[in-house]
Design a protein around this ligand. Structure first.
Ligand code: SAM
Length: 204
């Protein structure tokens, strides 16, 4: 039988409970949701050798390509990308409070109302992030769709598990981030002069 392309893309280990510390080696763990073509995770792994990082990318092709790229740079023990739908994978991850940062770069393009159910950042996603983050751990989100940024603020600013960690007190908005790595969409928006809305919260 013919296999589908990228059928052999890396997957999380089977089972209901996956210990994030068994996936990558590091003083702490960082997760990227939907890395796509993946430059953020590659650059981040290069500049922050203390972190163990992994991405959850629903498109098998990009998960396979970026995971191979990380391995090619000798980073396979510290940085991986798994071909997984974050909505299904996050609930399997643990233990609670074991993750220092969750990055979500340009997750939700501009969709019509009928596509709302495909949004990545929704109540259940935020609940899983809250469960996984360690105290003071960070959720970083960026988008070039202002309306999406406002939706994320509406969801997170009133969530008692999170505190906004933006430039000014009470706001999650930051003009730039300190992670010394850029996602492909971020880089393109920057070179095209498209405004980027960057938001950061920390776990209380
Ligand atoms: C607009 S692209 C942005 C890619 C990358 N983060 C960047 O900033 O260049 C959104 C990415 O999220 C992935 N994605 C969408 N829904 C997802 C889900 N439920 N779980 C994991 N990845 C998802 C898509 O396959 C795509 O690679």
């Amino acid at each position: 039988m013919r296999s589908r392309p990228y059928d052999d893309a890396p997957r999380l280990p089977e089972g209901e409970h996956v210990d994030v510390r068994s996936l990558v080696r590091g003083e702490w763990i960082e997760i990227e949701i939907g890395p796509g073509r993946g430059w953020f995770i590659v650059e981040r792994a290069g500049v922050e050798p203390r972190a163990g990082l992994f991405g959850l990318e629903v498109r098998r092709k990009w998960a396979a390509v970026v995971d191979a790229r990380l391995a090619g740079r000798g980073l396979a023990d510290r940085a991986r990308v798994f071909a997984e739908d974050a909505a299904l994978a996050l609930p399997r991850l643990g233990p609670d409070g074991s993750v220092r940062r969750v990055f979500v770069h340009f997750p939700d393009p501009w969709w019509k109302k009928r596509h709302q159910k495909r949004l990545v950042v929704r109540d259940r996603f935020i609940g899983e992030v809250a469960r996984l983050l360690e105290p003071d751990g960070e959720l970083f989100l960026q988008t070039d769709v202002e309306e999406r940024a406002a939706e994320y603020e509406a969801l997170l600013d009133q969530d008692v598990r999170f505190a906004p960690r933006g430039e000014t007190p009470g706001s999650a908005r930051i003009p730039d981030h300190p992670y010394v790595a850029r996602s492909p969409r971020e880089r393109r928006a920057m070179s095209d002069g498209i405004p980027i809305h960057r938001l950061r919260w920390s776990r209380l």
